[in-house]
Structures are given as C-alpha cells and as structure tokens.
Design a protein around this ligand. Structure first.
Ligand SMILES: Nc1ncnc2c1ncn2[C@@H]1O[C@H](COP(=O)(O)OP(=O)(O)OP(=O)(O)O)[C@@H](O)[C@H]1O
Length: 514
C-alpha cells in the first residue's frame, strides 16, 4: 500500500539575488501528523513556507498537493487548494472585532456575506468553539485590545475557516505563555485527528517535541535530515541545525555576572523606582530596579506586564503614582523621552521597530544617531563597527550585505538587530519584552550571555518573558504580575518554582471566573 502524502516538494529552489534561500529541497508531509520544520535563523524555513503557500514563486522544483502538481500564483490560490498559513506577525483589521476578522476570512474562503452583527458573532463563536477556544476569546472584542497570544489564536481560527489539508504554523508559540501554548496544542491535536497535515515551525524545541511526530531539519537552505522524533531527538536535531557547538551561557560570561548582584558592596541607587503607578491594565505597581540587576517579570499573557512597561516609558498614559529615574521624579512623555533619560524599551512586536524599507546599515545607525549621540554629530564609525561586529559575530546575523533592506532579514535576524541596536545606545536601563521571540536556540544562548554581561558591567535590565525557563535562567530577582498587580517577588537562589506556579495558577482560576 502506498503511503498517503499531503504535500510533497521536489527540488524546491529559491534565490534572492545572490542568496540561495532554498537549495533543492525534497520534503514529504503526511496527513494527520505534526511535522516540525527546524533550523537556525535564516535556514530557509519561512521561504519554504512562502513557496508552498503561493506567497513566493520558486525558481525551480515542484510542489504536489495530494499527488497533483500545483503552481500557486498567489496565497489565495494556495488557500483555495487547501494550504493555509498562520504567520509570525498576523496582519489584522485592528479596529474590527474578533468576529469580524474571522468573518472576513470566511468571506475570502467563499462563504456568504452576513450582515447582522449578532449572526457574525455567532458564526465566529461556533468556529472558536469547534477549536476549543470559546473560553479564550470573546468574539465581540476589538483586535486592538487583544494580547499577542490572543491575536495568534484569532489568526489560527481565521486560517482554519478554509478547512485546509495542510496548515503551516510559523512560530505560533513564540510569544505564548505556557497556558496559551497548551491551548494552541489542543487546537493542533484536534486538527491532527481530523487528518490535517500540520507543519510547525518553532524554536521552542521542548514544546515542539511534545507534539510533533516527525522533524525536517534545515540548514543554509538545504534539508539535512528528515525522520521521526525518535530518530532525531532534541540534541541530535540541535547539532544538525547548526553544527555550532552549544555553549553554556555561564561559559560566555565572567563568573561574577552569574552571582546575585553586588552582595558585599553598598546597594547602589535605583535606576528606576515605581511608586504605586496605575494605568490601563495595571494598578498600584511598586518596583525598584538597581544597576547590575536583571529583574525578570513573569506572568500570564495579558497579566499587564507590557502595559506596565508602556506606562513607564510614556507609550501609554499613567493614571497615578510616581516614576523616579535615578532618584528624580519624572513623567516620561514618549519612548524617545525615555531614551533621553537612559531607558530603552525593546518591543515584543518587531513590526513596530524595524525600518523595513531601509537598509540594515540604516537600521543600525538609527540608534547611534539617537539622543545620547546627538552631541557627537555623525555616529562614530567605531561604534557602528562594534555593533556590526556584534551582529555578525556573536549574534550571527545572516545578511547578504549591510546595504540590503531590513525586510530581507529572516524574522529571527530582525529580532537580533533590534536587540543589538538597543544595546548600542548604552542605556542605564534596558527593558526587553520577549527578548528571544523567534530566535534560534544557539543565538538565544548568546543573547542571554550578552544580557548577563551587560548587567555585570552595571546596566540594569528588566526582562518580560512568557517563558518561565528564560526568566529562571536570567533573572537575579523575579516579580510575578497577576491581574495588573505585582503579586509576588522572589530572589534568584530560592526555589522560585512553587511560588511562581502558585501565583500564576491562582491567576488562571480568578481570570476564568471574572
Ligand atoms: N526578501 C528577501 N530578500 C533577500 N533575502 C531574503 C529575503 N527573504 C529571506 N531572505 C534570506 O533568505 C534566507 C532564508 O530566510 P528565511 O526567512 O527563509 O529563514 P528562516 O529559516 O525562516 O529564519 P527565522 O528562523 O529567522 O525566521 C536568509 O538568508 C534571508 O536573509
């Protein structure tokens, strides 16, 4: 009996100028299975998805869907044939509701236009319920009020209205907390049992290995391995992806950086002190961050962590309380104002921060022209050189040249660019919201190493992350935000897991009833 194959590529090839993004890739994806597509940043995963889903035309090779060769002229044509994609950065109608956004997808998929708002909400509600998402999303909520995780779930609901044969999920869990990842995997499990071929791209390998049956491993545009997860366990996959030795973070940093900050020395003056600040989505928040500390902010997605950071840097209004920067009360009016006071925030959503139509070099220089450099006129070439060296070396950003558009960088490489750009401003306080979102495992170690080194050199760092592992790995002190308030605080060295689990678990129960 011949095995059923949902999607098969043969010699799939794609070049961007001199860059070979796909070098003759042969892959078979089976129905009713979850296949993980793995590879470091820039390996060619997104390009593979783009070619299979009509977003890019391959230069060579063939794509077969259920045994029939296809030449998709557009994503719409691919969707009509049964190929759906959930993208890393969902594009949605921001002012419309969840229901309207799902409805638009239904219309695009050939559904009938529905004019009544209650009917639109009921249809979207049915769609969400069939995916087990009825409790996670309210069809009447406007998109702009949703967290990154909730938007991902809406995007998945939209992709599924066409009842695809093949579903590509490109980094769907990059910004999801543990709870939301479970929700997502619940949806994936349902799709698998309906016979959908699911292709999952994710750098969170431990999550991936919980759900995938098969792996396809890519490196530099080529497939280097393909088989069951038993044949290629995590460590083997990591080796195949990079061929780069996996360095322990601690080895990359001076030993002092791994200790709690400056225990024996006098306690330095806080860089930032929040006294009972309130704003939309949070209230009565007290927090002190001193030089050399890495404060990890944990909590469920939607708990209010990003909102607190936005309130501090002036991206959203504060309703009350006081912000002190180096002991002086300040009301920061905008992120630019925050930079002038030595506070740089790196957003979770890179769409807002990358100048896509400008060159990589422009993006790098943009920060060096920032307020702290104004006095020196032109950005100092040495500083540019240092930054570029960091990008190319420690963060291994793959780019054809510095003059290429930032849009030509893979998603993970854009994230690295933003990190390096923020660091180059030499802030007193660096606020990182999901700093390794979409970044491969080797680079994640490098970024963590750099964060520790910066703290060891005296920078204060505030890390917001949905990954408890990341917080436990990095932070010298951990605060947990729950329902917009700081719920609990623990110092590294104590066993924080029971405390964190209690705070986060309690939050789930409360949120469910409110
Ligand atoms: N529009 C483009 N123009 C030029 N080069 C591009 C373009 N899109 C992608 N590339 C290059 O093709 C290669 C593969 O990129 P791709 O986005 O497919 O990688 P990826 O494996 O999805 O990475 P990530 O994990 O960071 O998302 C990279 O070297 C990238 O810089």
């Amino acid at each position: 009996m011949t095995e059923r194959i949902a999607l098969r590529t043969e010699n799939l090839t794609k070049r961007y100028g001199g860059v070979v993004a796909l070098a003759g890739v042969d892959v078979s994806i089976r129905p009713g299975e979850v296949t993980a597509l793995l590879g470091e940043n820039g390996a060619g995963k997104s390009t593979f998805v783009a070619c299979c889903s009509g977003a890019r035309a391959p230069d060579d090779g063939a794509i077969h869907l259920d045994g029939v060769e296809q030449r998709f002229r557009s994503p719409h044509a691919a969707a009509a044939a049964g190929v759906a994609v959930v993208h890393q950065e969902p594009q949605m109608l921001e002012d419309q509701t969840v229901a309207q956004n799902v409805n638009v997808a239904m219309l695009a998929g050939g559904g009938r236009q529905v004019l009544s708002r209650t009917r639109v909400e009921a249809l979207a509600g049915d769609q969400l319920a069939s995916l087990g998402l009825a409790h996670a999303l309210d069809p009447a909520q406007p998109i702009r009020r949703l967290s990154g995780a909730q938007r991902q779930l809406v995007e998945i609901a939209r992709a599924l209205v066409i009842e695809p044969k093949v579903l590509f999920l490109d980094e769907p869990n990059a910004s999801l907390g543990d709870e939301e990842t479970e929700l997502l995997f619940g949806v994936v499990g349902r799709l698998r049992s309906r016979g959908v071929a699911v292709v999952l791209i994710s750098h969170r390998l431990r999550d991936v290995y919980r759900i995938a049956e098969r792996v396809v491993i890519m490196r530099d545009g080529s497939k280097v391995a393909d088989g069951s997860v038993d044949e290629y366990p995590i460590d083997a996959a990591i080796g195949l992806m990079g061929g780069r030795p996996r360095r322990r973070d601690a080895a990359a940093v001076p030993a002092a950086a791994c200790e709690s900050p400056r225990r024996a020395e006098p306690v330095p003056e806080p860089v930032l002190e929040l006294r009972g600040i309130s704003g939309r989505g949070f209230s009565d928040v007290d927090l002190v961050i001193r030089p050399g500390e890495i404060v990890g902010m944990a909590g469920l997605v939607g708990a209010g962590r990003t909102e607190i950071a936005h309130g501090v840097i002036g991206a959203a209004p504060l309703r009350g309380g006081e912000v002190l920067v180096e002991g002086v009360p300040r009301r920061l009016r905008s992120p630019g104002d925050a930079i002038r006071h030595g506070i740089v925030y790196v957003a979770e959503d890179r769409k807002d921060a990358v100048f896509y139509d400008k060159s990589i070099a422009f993006n790098v220089r943009a920060s060096l022209l920032g307020p702290r450099r104004v006095g020196s006129g032109r950005p100092r070439e040495r500083a540019v050189g240092r930054l570029v060296a960091t990008l190319a070396g420690r963060l291994s950003v793959k780019a054809p040249s510095l003059e290429a558009d930032a849009a030509s960088l893979s998603g993970g490489n854009q994230q690295k660019l933003l990190f390096a750009r923020a660091v180059s401003v030499e802030p007193k306080l660096l606020i990182l919201d999901e700093p390794t979102h979409g970044v491969d495992i080797g680079t994640r170690h490098e970024i963590h190493g750099l964060i520790r080194q910066l703290a060891a050199d005296g920078m204060a760092v505030w890390v917001i992350s949905s990954e408890l592992d990341e917080i436990l790995d990095l932070a010298t002190r951990i605060v947990v935000v729950r329902l917009g308030r700081i719920e609990t605080e623990v110092t590294a060295g104590h066993d924080p897991i029971p405390i964190l689990a209690a705070a986060m678990g309690a939050a789930t129960a409360d949120q469910g009833t409110s």
